[in-house]
Design a protein around this ligand. Structure first.
Ligand SMILES: [Zn+2]
Length: 128
């Protein structure tokens, strides 16, 4: 089973007489991929011509489930209690209530990474 096709430029660029854009390849500006006649890169028109994917190529596109690591809820709470440069900036523009609301809504936390560092938390579907 062929899982993927590696695209490599063919050194024999002059084997192709015309770029897929229609221009002559006398000047060798179109470089085809190995084993393909109408796919490659054209220095004249600046386009890359890629092969169409066939549905029955048995190509693998299934994403591997990623292992998700989550920060402990205690640490998230601590992070949300502190302030940071971004929250100070928001507060100067919108006041305390709006800033608090934004902080809760977007889980804008603080970190000791540097003085005033901001953390933009991301939630999993289950709220972790
Ligand atoms: Zn071209």
């Amino acid at each position: 089973m062929k899982e993927y096709q590696k695209l490599e430029f063919d050194k024999k660029r002059f084997r192709i007489k015309h770029c897929p854009c229609g221009k002559s390849n006398k000047d060798g500006k179109f470089i085809p991929y190995k084993g393909l006649d109408n796919c490659g890169y054209c220095h004249s028109c600046g386009k890359t011509f890629l092969p169409e994917l066939q549905k029955n190529d048995n190509m693998k596109f299934e994403a591997q489930p990623k292992q998700v690591s989550c920060i402990s809820p205690d640490l998230v709470e601590k992070s949300l209690k502190a302030s940071n440069n971004f929250l100070i900036f928001l507060n100067s523009l919108f006041g305390t209530d709006a800033t608090e609301s934004l902080k809760e809504r977007y889980k804008i936390g603080s970190s000791k990474h540097w003085n005033g560092a901001t953390v933009f938390g991301r939630l999993t579907i289950s709220g972790k």
